[in-house]
Design a binder for this molecule. Structure first.
Ligand code: GUN
Ligand code: FE
Length: 436
């Protein structure tokens, strides 16, 4: 049993104005777990009687407990190249990304980087992620086997690509199909793992490759589809030149049946009206990746439009084009992206996108995203004030919405006190000297 100050959002909403009615803040609350499942959540006063005498209670009353963060788009092989300097998307891929991803042909390297990557997620309070591997099947085997050992809820897939990349990273459409199929059979639905069929993006896909992706979608309708869409103006122009028969960038994917309720499209910065409508109609989801969009100078995501068009949305760090694993920092950048377009992103809305909203974007809102009984026990214990500056700011405005906003503005990995996955502590902050 866990006692503490809990915050979550009770139900999914289709308009930001409806969020207020769904906020659940229980300053002295109780969370009862049975193994990895939440069995009861409410106030300590009501819940105390449910506890058998002498039952162990972990007390976090001076902390803030929120559902585990959901990172809806990230590349684990790009961990080691975070902050690669000086290019926009296409130059960045050629000069930094492809050489880095080539290293994952080595199984040992993939294993070491998987361990490092999962540790980064957990030490930043992220308990679920939708992850790109590399083209090498062993890259995903390494990641899945380590996530299985932690019993994490993780979705990942091997990249599929057959043109416009260095030869060492290319495959044939048939090989891509066979390897992906074997990985789906090995990992999809095992423990809490799911497989995402992962064509990198349209420019690295021939029509023959997309046809194999379609075939996999038909054979495995329950698997995810994960790719990039409409990130950079040069990329978009290139897609139009490569696929002149398509009406739009999204139409390239849509024609091959790649849209749908378990499809996640990263970025979506420069969509045409018909592309927004297609995402809505097909119940597809968007991953909004603010630090990546700013770092690569790709553009400003239109959050207001996503609400208006009722497209499901999650937040992605998009490491290594994104510059942090930390969801608090990512939300702070999302706020600034909003500011540049006169959209006011509240702390509650931001936390919604990072938890329950992200879970919904990944079709997991029946399993994770809040403390509703029956859901899986993945959550983060935040220390709301770890620095002198945070403490000062916090004392001046102790209300919950202010506290959350300060976490978004000044927060980072130091604010992650403990992370729980499947009801167990999987990360614990190092002991700290009194903050300077
Ligand atoms: N588009 C195609 N590949 C990538 C990638 O690795 N990162 C980003 N940000 N965009 C892409
Ligand atoms: Fe990406």
């Amino acid at each position: 049993a866990i006692r503490g100050n809990f915050f979550d959002i009770a139900a999914c909403v289709d308009e930001p104005q409806r969020l207020d009615a769904q906020l659940r803040h229980i300053p002295d609350g109780l969370l009862l777990l049975n193994e990895g499942t939440i069995v009861w959540h409410g106030s300590w006063r009501q819940g105390e009687a449910l506890l058998p005498p002498g039952f162990a209670v972990t007390d976090y009353r001076d902390k803030l407990i929120v559902p585990g963060f959901v990172d809806s788009h990230i590349h684990y092989p790009q961990t080691e190249m975070i902050g690669a300097y000086g290019d926009q998307l296409l130059g960045w891929l050629k000069n930094y990304t492809f050489p880095t991803e080539s290293r994952f042909a080595c199984e040992k390297h993939a294993g070491e980087m998987s361990a490092f990557f999962l540790r980064q997620l957990l030490s930043n309070g992220t308990t679920t992620a939708l992850v790109f591997g590399t083209v090498h099947p062993q890259s995903v085997d390494a990641l899945f086997s380590q996530a299985a050992a932690l019993n994490m809820r993780l979705i990942a897939g091997k990249v599929m690509m057959d043109r416009h990349a260095p030869p060492a990273l290319l495959e044939t459409p048939e090989q891509s199909y066979r390897q992906t199929r074997a990985l789906i059979e090995r990992w999809h639905g095992r423990q809490r793992l799911s497989y995402a069929i992962t064509p990198r993006f349209a420019p690295t896909s021939t029509p023959a490759l997309l046809a194999q992706v379609q075939r996999l979608r038909e054979e495995f309708p329950d698997a995810y589809l994960h790719t990039h869409l409409s990130e950079n103006p040069d990329e978009i122009a290139w897609v139009k030149a490569l696929f002149p028969e398509s009406r739009s960038y999204l139409d390239v994917y849509h024609r091959y049946g790649l849209t749908g309720g378990k499809s996640v499209f990263a970025h979506c910065l420069h969509l045409e009206e018909q592309e927004w409508d297609c995402l809505c109609r097909t119940r597809s989801s968007i991953a909004f990746c603010p630090t990546s969009n700013l770092f690569l100078g790709s553009g400003l995501f239109n959050l207001q439009k996503a609400w208006q068009k009722r497209v499901k949305l999650g937040i992605g760090t998009d490491v290594g084009a994104g510059t942090t694993f930390n969801m608090l920092q990512t939300l702070g950048e999302a706020y600034k992206v909003g500011q540049l377009q006169r959209y006011k992103l509240s702390a509650c809305e931001a936390f919604y996108h990072a938890t329950l909203g992200g879970a919904r974007a990944l079709a997991l809102d029946d399993k994770i995203g809040n403390f509703t009984p029956g859901k899986e026990a993945d959550f983060v214990v935040l220390d709301p004030a770890v620095s002198a500056l945070q403490k000062l700011r916090h004392e001046n405005s102790p209300a919950l919405a202010d506290q959350l906003f300060v976490l978004m503005t000044l927060g980072d990995d130091r604010n992650i006190y403990r992370t729980y996955v499947d009801g167990k502590v999987v990360y614990q902050a190092p002991a700290r000297e009194e903050a300077a």
